[in-house]
Design a protein around this ligand. Sequence first.
Ligand SMILES: [Zn+2]
Length: 193
Amino acid sequence: MIILHDFKINIEDYEAKGKENDFPLLENCPKCRSLAQGNVHRNGYYWRYGINEESEWYIPICRFRCLICKVTISILPSFLIPYFQHTVDTMVGRLSKILNGEEVKGSRQQLAQHLNRFYERIHWIHSFFIDLGYKLGFSKDIKKEAQKYVIMIQDFGESPSFVRRSWGHLSSYFMGKLILPYLSSKKNNSHPT
Ligand SMILES: [Zn+2]
C-alpha cells in the first residue's frame, strides 16, 4: 500500500538528500492495525523517476513491511502521483495548458493518455469538491468541466495539497485508475500528515 507523505521539500531537494531524507516512522500497521511495537520494519527502498518542468529525477522511495500481515508500505512523497512520473504540479500544469490550447512539450501520445485519465476521473474530482461543501453543477461538456476543475485544483493551494486532501476519497486518489482496497484513508488517521 501507499502512504502519501509531505516532506515539505521539492523533488530537486528530495533527490539531493536521497536516502538521508527525513522519512517518517510508522508506529503501527495501517492495514492490520497491529499496535504491537516493533512489528513494522523498514524494508529498504525502491528507486523511481520523477519528472518536472526542469528535469528528470531519480529518487528513492522508502518502504516498510509489517511482520504480522506481511503488507509492504511505500512512503510516496506528496509531490508525486502514484504510478505517474510527472510531479503533481507538472501534471496539472500540462493538463491546464492542453485544455487551453497551449503548446505542451514532450510525447503527444502520453499527454493524450494523461488527458484521457483526467477526463475519466472528472466525476471523482467533482464528488470530492461536493463532499467539501462546494455547490457545483456538472454539464455535459466534458472539456468545459475539465477546464473548470483544473483551475479549481490549481486554486486549491499548492496542488500537492489537493492530492493530499483528496487522498482516499471514495477509496481512490487523483488520477488513480483502480480503487485500492488497502489505500489508507484520512478518516482512520492511519498515515502521517
Ligand atoms: Zn500489518
